[in-house]
Design a protein. Structure first.
Length: 600
């Protein structure tokens, strides 16, 4: 896991790139790569690549980046891990190619030489890369299908700049004016939706996309793998077999996936909670396993305490286990560091911050996370509630003016005892996308002008085109499992992409820790989704029984709870006063204010 930076002065009027600027962007990301740094500049000073290294595969200097091909015509700066690099290497060697290192980075270079950007569809892993093709005088930017690894870019019409973090790019000459869609998106969702950021000059490269830049200019991002397309394909061609065969095939696919994610030249640990996702991963992981559980003093002895069951599982698996206790004092001590490390504002991430901090303190450099299991196996309440909401509210939502009138009447009453967003039940319930917005949003669109500059809110909402984008997320999915796979598409493309994966990245990288997410894996999704299409009511507990039958019955029968953090009791202002507490909405305003002040 590393930090990537690139610059390409593609316009003749741009002159050369600023080397000091590129180094400043790179070194802002030193925590992402404490094991080394590198840089490469073209002879005409129009192209530069930088890198911060966290050495995981091929720990020698031969794996250092930026890495050039044997003839020096190709140069790459890459962040991530390619789990099938050994298989790809063998294929390339059979074609006569010779390697100088044991790294997955060199595999990418040689794979590009053979297939060009078509190589992207051959990769199993998480990645964000910048590759300079000196033969064709163009730069390639690309990002994995789930968006596990971030990549942001800024194009001023003369120079293209890219980096792994938004805050890193702020050390370059970029347009820092507020981006209405980014600010509105944050207040709408509690995180900034891709491809927006808070800055007009910075965009995120969408997951599963690549883009070219040449002397002719910067091209439009193009897709090479879209999660919705994979789910739509599965919905159109469900697997054939029994329910038992479905569980067997899914268990086999999970086993192969975890085996692939264990590829590393350093030990790999597992974040172990009392949930099914992490315990399935731990049971499938091989070798001398290290597991870690984050505990909260506020939960000790309560139903929310995950420690007893997690330690029971660890004992059964005979892992080298650690339980790390944290409390409000830790939060108060780390609060400034946490906010400083937050690359874009988010209402979540506190849990990711503390569990990755705990892992790093235990000497763990790579850890598997159960993130993505709920989205894949349909264990969020949204999988039940969103289709129900659309079915119940749909007929009434289609009546002109009824939803708006109902909102005007009910909002003043509802906001006294619950979220006022539910006043939009009849206004936003016409389809799965609208129902998902009502279920997952932090605030509803009509509330935003009260929370931020009204003109900026209106402009941001116009640019976001949220309802049409939500509709596009699930509209290609058809068939009898449409509702089930549509909610997976929505959760994977919105909540998981824009919040969970983003939070996991910035929080883990702040502690120089690589987090791997086996449930967010394209080959796994391709193997599992057709069986879900065949049996849309297949539960995670059924999958867990087939995958890890020796797990305690107490765990297999445990209802879904989520990874809880006592954040609400920790929200204290730096001067000791309590932050006005009205749940996540108040925390969102506090985060947004703290973030914008910190980067101003």
């Amino acid at each position: 896991m590393c930090g990537v930076v690139a610059a390409f002065a593609y316009s003749g009027g741009a002159g050369g790139i600023d080397r000091a600027e590129l180094r400043a962007v790179r070194d802002h990301m030193s925590a992402r790569g404490p094991d080394g740094s590198g840089e490469w500049f073209s002879h005409d000073n129009r192209v530069g690549l930088g890198h911060r290294r966290l050495a995981i595969i091929d720990l020698s200097d031969a794996g250092a980046q930026p890495m050039a091909s044997a003839d020096g015509k190709l140069v790459i700066s890459f962040n991530g891990e390619i789990y099938n690099y050994r298989e790809l290497r063998q294929q390339l060697q059979a074609m006569g190619r010779v390697f100088r290192s044991e790294s997955d980075t060199e595999v990418l270079l040689q794979l590009y030489e053979e297939y060009g950007c078509a190589m992207l569809s051959r990769l199993r892993g998480m990645f964000a890369l910048a590759l300079w093709d000196g033969r064709k005088q163009r730069m390639l930017l690309a990002r994995d299908a789930f968006g596990i690894k971030p990549l942001y870019y800024a194009n001023d019409g003369k120079t293209l700049r890219a980096a792994s973090q938004v805050k890193a790019l702020l050390h370059a000459d970029v347009d820092r004016r507020p981006e209405p869609a980014g600010h509105a998106g944050f207040f709408l969702w509690g995180s900034v939706p891709s491809p927006w950021t808070l800055y007009r000059g910075i965009r995120g490269l969408e997951p599963g996309h690549f883009m070219w830049a040449s002397e002719e200019g910067v091209g439009t991002p193009q897709p090479f793998c879209l999660i919705t397309d994979l789910l739509a394909r599965a919905a159109a061609q469900p697997a054939r077999g029994t329910r038992g065969e479905a569980c067997e095939h899914i268990a086999a696919a999970l086993g192969a996936c975890v085996k692939a994610h264990m590829v590393s030249d350093v030990p790999v640990g597992v974040f172990l909670s009392a949930g099914l996702d992490s315990t399935m991963l731990a049971s499938l992981a091989s070798g001398q396993l290290r597991t870690l559980t984050l505990a909260f003093s506020e939960f000790a002895g309560t139903a929310d305490d995950e420690v007893p069951l997690a330690e029971k599982v660890a004992a059964q698996l005979k892992s080298r286990h650690s339980t790390v206790l944290t409390d409000r004092k830790d939060f108060e001590a780390e609060r400034a560091s946490l906010m400083n490390s937050m690359d874009q504002p988010t209402i979540d991430g506190v849990n990711s911050w503390f569990v990755t901090r705990a892992a790093a303190a235990q000497g763990i450099k790579v850890a598997l996370s159960g993130l993505g299991g709920d989205e894949l196996f349909g264990s969020y309440p949204s999988f039940r509630e969103v289709p129900q909401l659309a079915r119940l509210a749909g007929p009434l939502a289609s009546i002109p003016g009824l939803g708006l009138a109902a909102r005007w009447i009910s909002e003043p009453v509802l906001k006294r005892f619950t979220s006022p967003k539910y006043a939009g039940l009849l206004e936003y319930g016409a389809n799965l996308g609208q129902a998902y917005l009502l279920r997952r949003s932090l605030n509803m669109p009509w509330e935003l002008p009260r929370l931020m500059d009204a003109d900026m809110a209106r402009q941001g909402l116009h640019d976001l085109q949220t309802l049409s984008r939500l509709s596009g997320t699930f509209s290609p999915i058809r068939g009898s499992a449409r509702d089930r796979l549509s909610v997976s598409a929505l959760e994977m493309n919105w909540y998981m992409r824009n919040q969970l994966l983003v939070d996991a990245d910035w929080a883990s990288m702040a502690h120089s820790l690589e987090v791997r997410v086996p449930f967010a894996d394209v080959p796994l999704l391709e193997a599992v989704a057709p069986w879900i299409a065949a049996f849309p009511d297949l539960s995670k507990s059924e999958v867990a029984r087939a995958t890890a039958p020796r797990l305690p019955a107490q765990l297999l029968e445990k209802p879904k709870t989520g990874f809880l953090v006592p954040t609400s009791s920790w929200l204290m202002a730096s001067d000791g006063r309590k932050v006005p507490r009205r749940g996540l909405r108040a925390w969102a305003r506090h985060v947004h204010a703290s973030y914008t002040v910190a980067v101003s």
